[in-house]
Write a protein that binds this ligand. Structure first.
Ligand code: FES
Ligand SMILES: [Fe+2]
Length: 420
């Protein structure tokens, strides 16, 4: 086959994959889990990357991970290496981590600090705004340095969270969610925090199974004894399962939050984002094994340890728990049709001292256990779905509304983005 033939075949395959995806989306019964190809077919996976992860806003990390000029971290979105760097004027910039000479990756560490960005291959050098500063002396008179700066990615920050969008087309509006994040995260002063602990788990499951698992607590009583020491599973007082005691507890704590001007009311932006503060179990203040605080220095301007947990959802790839003494942020990145990287970071006040103000073991214990339990659940789910015996099964409207919402968002997003 010639090179042109190969390209034509690739284009045809791509079109076929789009058609197959459109057809599956059109035929999908809304009350059933998705058909098998959504979870294991390489072509469908490519559509997920192209239509979801390269067109939607993706949570990549926290601004406090790169506090000073030249601090950077790297991330891969699909096969696209991306570089997040704190610039001299204090802003966070996102670049394709790809040299404009012959395409080498420029920064190859997970994180670090640089004065300028120097490609390891032939030392082309860029400043922190991505401008090319040095390209050797042999490029000839017609070579224009200005034409060879690093390619930028869209980047927005709010409430300490960094979001990146790699689209070359129309950029979805994130402003309403960013405004909510600025307001709801203000008490936490995230710029003055640090990552105390980080974990990275490569799960052998499609990324949607990881998110689906997170969007319901139907499985919690069977799998998460540590988490259920403190977590109350309902997301608002209107949940049909919410008890009278819970509603009374919520009202008492919400009055205290109002007193301190701590935002807590449920806010949604479509199905993509929701933010809400809910109490933890009566008598507990943090997601630790015994429910006591894991850090003696509270976050930001927070005085009342009884902050419950503010839950933040950002589809397609993040959920988060904000507590009075620490926050836990989760990032999900698809690696292959049946592999997903789940990164968890525990952040505390930047002045908190390890071994004095907090014990990393206590801090991470509950979510380490929960992540491991969820990994097994997602991987077992994948193994069953791969079988010829798998048939999409029914969702419970009461227990799995979060999964229904996620799958509705996913299907709608893929369908819309395919037609753009
Ligand atoms: S590929 Fe970067 S300097 Fe050559
Ligand atoms: Fe779980």
């Amino acid at each position: 086959m010639s090179h042109i033939d190969l390209l034509n075949t690739a284009c045809r395959n791509r079109e076929e994959a789009h058609e197959q995806m459109q057809q599956l989306l059109t035929e999908r019964p809304r009350n059933l889990s998705l058909p098998q190809p959504f979870y294991n077919d390489p072509q469908m996976f490519r559509v997920d990357i192209e239509e979801v992860f390269l067109k939607e806003w993706i949570f990549v990390g926290m601004t406090s991970e790169i506090p000073a000029r030249g601090d950077y971290f790297t991330v891969e979105i699909g096969q696209n290496p991306v570089l997040l760097v704190r610039d001299g004027d204090g802003s966070v910039e996102a670049f394709h981590n790809v040299c404009r000479h012959r395409g080498s990756r420029i920064c190859n560490s997970r994180k670090g600090k640089v004065a300028n960005l120097v490609c390891p291959y032939h030392q082309w050098t860029y400043d922190l705004k991505g401008n090319l500063l040095f390209a050797g002396t042999e490029m000839g008179d017609s070579f224009d340095m200005k034409e060879h700066g690093l390619k930028k990615a869209h980047c927005r920050t709010a409430g300490g969270f960094i979001f990146v969008n790699l689209t070359t087309g129309e950029v979805p509006d994130l402003d309403p969610f960013l405004a909510t994040m600025d307001e709801y995260m203000e008490p936490y002063d995230m710029e003055n925090t640090k990552v105390a602990v980080e974990s990275n788990i490569l799960e052998k499951a499609n990324w949607k199974l990881v998110i689906e698992n997170n969007r319901e607590c139907y499985h919690c009583s069977g799998s998460h004894p540590e988490l259920l020491n403190t977590l109350l599973e309902w997301d608002d007082t209107h949940d049909p399962r919410a008890s009278e005691e819970f509603v009374a507890q919520y009202e008492r704590q919400a009055a205290a939050w109002d007193e301190e001007k701590i935002p807590h009311k449920h806010v949604s932006h479509g199905l993509q984002n929701r933010v809400v503060r809910m109490p933890l179990k009566e008598g507990t203040v943090a997601m630790t094994i015994d429910g006591t605080a894991s850090c003696t220095k509270l976050m930001g301007r927070i005085k009342n340890p009884e902050m419950g947990s503010m839950r933040i959802l950002h589809l397609p790839n993040s959920w988060n728990h904000m507590q009075s003494d620490h926050v836990v942020v989760f990032r999900v990145l698809p690696i292959s049709p049946q592999e997903t990287l789940v990164t968890t970071k525990w952040l505390v006040h930047k002045d908190a001292v390890e071994g004095v103000d907090y014990d990393p073991k206590k801090l991470r214990e509950v979510w380490d256990a929960t992540n491991e339990q969820d990994r097994v659940l997602a991987e077992e789910n994948q193994l069953g779905i791969n079988s010829i015996g798998y048939q999409p099964g029914p969702y419970s409207e009461t227990f799995e509304f979060g999964v229904i919402n996620f799958i509705d968002w996913y299907c709608e997003t893929v369908r819309n983005n395919l037609s753009k």
